[in-house]
Design a protein around this ligand. Structure first.
Ligand SMILES: [Zn+2]
Length: 323
């Protein structure tokens, strides 16, 4: 415990970190971020922290959640933004369709490019909120200004064209089985997932028709979420990548049952919903939604469509915004 400061303000920061959206880096979704940008108001991982530092403190003031000495003002600014989901709903509101956010294993270059686009150039902010018209405006506390102008925008303006997120979807791409051959004897498969305007992609696994990824990705779920699109591609160095099948994933059973139950932590392990196999969906068998250790999860095995063969196994988890 530190001296000279009310315990409660440090406590507020710890409580904010407990919100589920703050369990993953705001920039690359790496689990368990231990750093924060005090002026932007996001929790970030060590690798992204390195990039934030390189932007300079006039853009991002990085502090360790556990080790650094936070001022009251810094903690208040953090509280005001409200955490990663809230900050990202502004800083990533206008991510172009098909844009791939870096994942936890992204290279330094990919990470750096994204973080600069997001905070320094503010490319994904609603155009009217951008404050990069003159260089000098960058000297201002950019996040707070963006947040303030966001708040001062009238509700009707804010709704227009602005994506409101209702929760987060964690998708674990587990494995592929018996995938189609696209090269001479094998394929170099990777999976692309899209929801709304967001797209994430797994690593490429060379020469493998039964690849095991076990990679996790986070997607923000917009209010009108629609289906999540999954596509498998064969990575090709010399020509454009060949498609190896696709599947449309219905999220309704997961999200409606999760919302109906509210705080899943209050319930023991149980089944709460089901997406039924049918002729017009890619399910190999019925896919149940379950509460497991206080989390809402759904396993699914999918038969890839528009391709001769191939199956993909996924695990979805619903993460509500305020818990
Ligand atoms: Zn990160």
């Amino acid at each position: 415990m530190e001296l000279g400061r009310p315990v409660s303000s440090r406590r507020k920061l710890k409580d904010l970190l407990l919100h589920r959206d703050n369990h993953f880096c705001a920039d690359c979704n790496a689990p368990d971020p231990k750093w924060a940008s005090a002026n932007i108001g996001v929790f970030i991982c060590l690798k992204c922290c390195g990039v934030h530092r390189s932007l300079g403190t006039h853009i991002s003031k990085v502090l360790s959640v556990a080790l650094d000495d936070w001022s009251e003002d810094e903690i208040d600014a953090m509280m005001e933004v409200g955490g990663n989901a809230s900050a990202n709903s502004i800083y990533e509101a206008y991510i172009p369709e098909g844009y791939t956010k870096p994942g936890p294993d992204a290279s330094h270059e990919q990470r750096s490019k994204f973080i600069r686009s997001k905070y320094e150039l503010q490319e994904f902010l609603k155009p009217s909120l951008r404050i990069v018209s003159g260089k000098s405006s960058l000297q201002s506390n950019s996040a707070k200004s963006a947040m303030d102008s966001f708040r001062s925008t009238s509700t009707s303006q804010r709704m227009e064209g602005m994506v409101e997120f209702i929760g987060l979807l964690k998708v674990k791409v587990i494995r592929g089985t018996n995938l189609a051959i696209r090269d001479i004897k094998s394929s170099d498969p990777y999976v692309v997932l899209s929801l709304g305007q967001q797209t994430v992609q797994t690593t490429v696994i060379p020469s493998n028709l039964n690849p095991v990824w076990n990679e996790e990705y986070m997607l923000s779920v917009p209010e009108h979420y629609g289906q999540m699109k999954l596509k498998v591609f064969d990575y090709d160095t010399f020509s454009s990548d060949d498609i190896m099948g696709e599947a449309d994933i219905d999220l309704q059973s997961l999200i409606t049952s999760a919302m109906a139950f509210g705080d899943a932590g209050m319930f023991g392990d149980m089944q709460i919903g089901k997406w039924l196999k049918s002729d017009d969906n890619p399910l190999i068998e019925d896919s149940t939604v379950n509460i497991v250790d206080g989390k809402v999860k759904q396993m699914m095995s999918l038969k890839l469509q528009n391709v001769e063969c191939g199956e993909i196994e996924l695990e979805l988890e619903w993460i509500p915004l305020d818990q």
